[in-house]
Design a protein around this ligand. Structure first.
Ligand code: TNX
Length: 538
């Protein structure tokens, strides 16, 4: 394998040299503008950067070569070419037989280098002739090309060439994630988001090196995923959402499309079926599930904690078994989220009995159970994961049990919290979370939770107060960009004053993506046109 790579590399270099010698030198006449490898456009900030003060010319001669027999590398090369096209309109070819123009090659290599300790780690060496990206796995290569995308300037450089050139500064980048789990959650239950809207969210998460999208698929107000053995879940339970709009759901084919799209972005989908509370929509569809003694009715309000499954009926567990089986068949990722939050009308002993059984069902399908932090109070062990959203007590129980914890403290990481009293959408039951407060905290040291228990960070976007993707974007951005740095970059590498400049430089990307972000007044945005906020005021 290695020898094939070396051969490919040498062939490429040789071909480059021959062509450069025999053809008129078109590229070397460039006068590169001053360029310095710096993190000014990079979020999350890489572990290490060593500038060498030169420039690599990305232009119509550039080609991409990827390791031939390493799984997923060709796809990463194609992905980069597609994104270069979108940003610069250049047609960069991938793994073509002959290098079309002398220098200027981007190599994406599988490498067993010892420095690359984690699967998502990567190194990039940029010289004036080539860019060499090394990683252990395609996931690492994929994270690395996001860095490259961020290094490509917004506009072409001022050179003597007769064709446009984008100058990438030379140097070395060594990078690796601080946490292995870096997620965001979309609540598609309170308000339904279409497949296309979810894909757009995935595009942006991928650009900032997230690797998990958690989908909150069920709640009191709606059931959003087709279960073939229980069709009324979506026919009845999928028909409503908060505020009286018409709801919606993903067919299994559509859900697979989301999973596949996420996989192309090296993002894992974590499906959540919230239970035994937050189950009104399921109980309206199949009333035998209901355990709160009332006749369930479709619900479009925003109160929580009134619903529960009947925890003592075998048929309820047969139902859950079908749901878990059908969803896990569609979900290649390692996790299944069982919810477990705010079951205020479930008796404590019934809650424990129920969660124990559900965790066993999930394990039968070879998935790792995740639950909101209340899950720690059941008879679970270190093989389940707790998602901490605010209870220190539950976090302590989870730590005692040796459970891994996903950090989603509502006071810091809830994307549905208002920025301030002027915010158009959102809630403030946990806190107001302005852009700086969202960034200035340490998931490594929060509420006394030991670092060794922390699996990563997740920023949930609950959707009671929003009704379309632009409103979701207003709450998610820019804060979700900060959470990407909190979960990827080391604590020593994080600093608000430094981050805030790099965040300001994200405006052109967000504009290009048509993201309706909240233009926080704390940031001196490098924007080129009015944003959503200003347009709405007109
Ligand atoms: C609490 S946090 C909830 C959700 C709400 C959210 C609103 C958690 C596990 N449950 O049901 O949507 O607050 O901020």
């Amino acid at each position: 394998m290695k020898s094939v790579l070396i051969k490919l590399f040498l062939t490429c270099c040789l071909t480059t040299t021959i062509i450069s010698c025999t053809q008129e030198k078109k590229k070397r006449v460039l006068n590169f503008p001053d360029t310095n490898l710096a993190a000014e456009n990079l979020i999350p900030k890489p572990l290490q950067m060593i500038p060498t003060n030169g420039g690599f010319a990305l232009d119509k001669f550039t080609a991409i070569y990827t390791s031939q027999n390493a799984t997923g590398y060709e796809e990463v090369g194609q992905f980069l070419a597609k994104k270069i096209k979108a940003k610069t309109d250049l047609d960069v070819q991938v793994n073509v037989d002959e290098i079309p123009g002398r220098e200027g090659v981007i190599y994406i290599n599988q490498s067993d280098s010892l420095e690359l300790e984690t699967p998502e780690a990567y190194q990039i060496y940029i010289t004036s002739d080539s860019v060499i990206l090394n990683s252990n796995s395609a996931a690492g290569a994929f994270r690395g090309i996001q860095t490259l995308r961020q290094l490509i300037p917004e506009v072409s450089s001022d050179t003597l060439a007769e064709y446009p050139v984008w100058t990438i500064p030379t140097g070395k980048i060594v990078d690796s994630p601080n946490f292995e789990y870096r997620g965001s959650m979309l609540d598609v239950a309170r308000h339904f988001f279409s497949v296309e809207e979810v894909k757009k969210y995935i595009d942006i998460l991928a650009y900032y090196k997230y690797n998990v999208l958690h989908l909150h698929l069920t709640d009191d107000q709606g059931w959003r995923i087709e279960i073939k053995s229980w069709p009324k879940l979506t026919e009845v339970g999928g028909s409503t959402e908060v505020g009286g709009e018409s709801g919606g759901f993903y067919t299994q084919e559509e859900y697979k499309e989301i999973v596949a799209y996420a996989a192309e972005h090296h993002i894992t989908i974590v499906p959540e079926v919230d239970m035994p509370g937050h189950t009104n929509a399921a109980s309206v569809s199949y009333p035998f599930l209901n355990g709160n003694g009332k006749t369930p009715k479709l619900y479009e309000g925003t109160h929580v904690g009134f619903s529960t499954f009947d925890t003592r009926k075998d048929t309820v567990y047969a139902f859950i078994n079908d749901v878990v089986r059908e969803i896990t068949e569609l979900s290649p990722g390692p996790y299944f989220h069982v919810g477990g939050d705010e079951s205020h009308v479930t008796k404590k002993k019934d809650y424990i009995y129920f969660m124990d059984k559900v965790v066993d069902i999930v394990k039968q399908y070879n998935k790792i159970p995740i639950g909101w932090d209340e899950l720690a109070t059941a008879n679970v062990d270190s093989t389940s994961i707790a998602q901490y959203w605010g209870s220190k007590e539950n976090a302590e129980i989870a730590v005692k049990k040796g459970m891994k914890i996903i950090m989603s403290p509502a006071k810091k990481a809830y994307l549905d919290m208002e920025y301030d009293t002027e915010s158009k959408f959102g809630l403030h039951w946990a806190a107001y979370i302005p852009t700086d407060s969202a960034y200035v905290w340490s998931p490594e040291a929060y509420d006394g939770i030991p670092l060794e228990n922390i699996l990563g960070v997740e920023a949930p976007l609950w959707s009671e107060t929003i009704s379309d993707i632009s409103e979701a974007e207003y709450l998610a951005f820019p804060r979700a960009i900060g959470y990407s740095e909190l979960s990827w970059s080391t604590e020593e590498n994080r600093n608000w004053e430094n981050y805030k400049v790099r965040l300001a430089n994200q405006a052109p990307y967000l504009e290009r993506m048509n993201v309706q972000y909240y233009p926080s007044p704390l940031i001196d945005w490098k924007k080129s046109k009015n944003t959503f906020e200003e347009i709405k005021k007109d």
